[in-house]
Design a protein around this ligand. Structure first.
Ligand SMILES: [Zn+2]
Length: 302
């Protein structure tokens, strides 16, 4: 199964399950079915694609930094891919947020000595049972080795490998613990799932996310980007500032559309019956989850 198919299948299967059944913990991914591919972006900077969130990598004389680490069963393959970059031990792991497909490798890497760095709310959420309502998924509290041992409220900078990685928190966006990461010198930007190009934008309201926060977070990302910035989305192909702008504007237009339907007196079910879609990198996809998020944000404001 190629990586696009894997990325597309995970959320779709979860949507089908999201009826009245109690939440369950997703089955582990099968590493035999996943290929990790590497693209070098700049000297000492690469991106790894596999299953789950895209991994940004800083490597060089000062050690390796991962931005996200996908799923636990993939750790050996991920490390093998970075060895091919001639990288050293993974000194730091930055989690863009707590979700299982971005932090699943934390325990393995933490046990190997990596220092895990994330927003305060990532540690808080991983310390207790986690629920992603829209995926009908639940996760047990993470073991100590998987928890971020360095946390921050607004941001933190890492100075290594002849570059500065600026980690900035964006509030109440995809979750309440999102960070975006900019390589200042290499001009690479990792947007985490604030910018998700493998399906419709996903706002995890059960983890404190909001549509308005997603739009604001895209604006924060756009301020860090120029026409030469190489943008790593949480999922999907490498992107540009123009791709970010188009996604941000489409998300704002979508939200405005839902607001108009709500103002016209439509219920959530009536809006869902319109079968609105989202133009994703691989083609149009259903936008039911985004409809629910936008509708419920508006309902919560009333
Ligand atoms: Zn996520």
């Amino acid at each position: 199964m190629n990586r696009i198919a894997v990325a597309a299948v995970l959320p779709t299967a979860a949507i089908l399950m999201a009826a009245a059944a109690p939440p369950t913990t997703p089955a582990p991914v099968d590493p035999a079915k996943i290929e990790i591919t590497t693209t070098k972006l700049a000297p000492g900077v690469a991106v790894l694609f596999g299953a789950g969130g895209n991994i940004g990598v800083s490597y060089g004389v000062d050690g390796t930094v991962f931005v996200d680490d996908q799923f636990a069963p993939l750790t050996p393959k991920i490390l093998a891919a970075t060895k091919a970059l001639d990288s050293k031990a993974v000194k730091f792991v930055i989690n863009t947020h707590w979700h299982f497909d971005h932090s699943g490798g934390n325990e393995n890497l933490g046990k190997e000595g990596s220092v895990i760095v994330a927003h305060d709310n990532v540690r808080r959420r991983m310390s207790a049972e986690g629920i992603i309502e829209e995926l009908n998924a639940k996760f047990p509290p993470s073991p100590k080795a998987a928890l971020p041992s360095v946390t921050f409220a607004e941001g933190v900078n890492l100075h290594l490998n002849d570059d500065a990685l600026k980690v900035a928190h964006v509030r109440a966006a995809h979750t309440d613990g999102d960070s975006i990461v900019k390589w200042e010198k290499a001009n690479v930007l990792h947007m985490g799932d604030v910018f998700n190009r493998s399906g419709a934008p996903f706002v995890d309201r059960s983890s404190g996310g909001s549509v308005a926060g997603m739009i604001a977070a895209m604006d924060a990302g756009l301020k860090l980007a120029d026409d030469k910035t190489q943008v790593i989305p949480g999922h999907g192909p490498m992107s540009t500032k123009a791709d970010m702008q188009a996604y941000r504007d489409a998300l704002a237009a979508f939200n405005t559309r839902i607001a108009a339907e709500v103002k016209a007196g439509k219920t959530q079910d009536q809006i869902l019956a319109m079968k609105l879609t989202w133009k994703a990198a691989g083609g149009d996809v259903p936008a039911d989850r985004l409809v629910r998020s936008a509708y419920q944000d508006l309902a919560a404001k009333k």
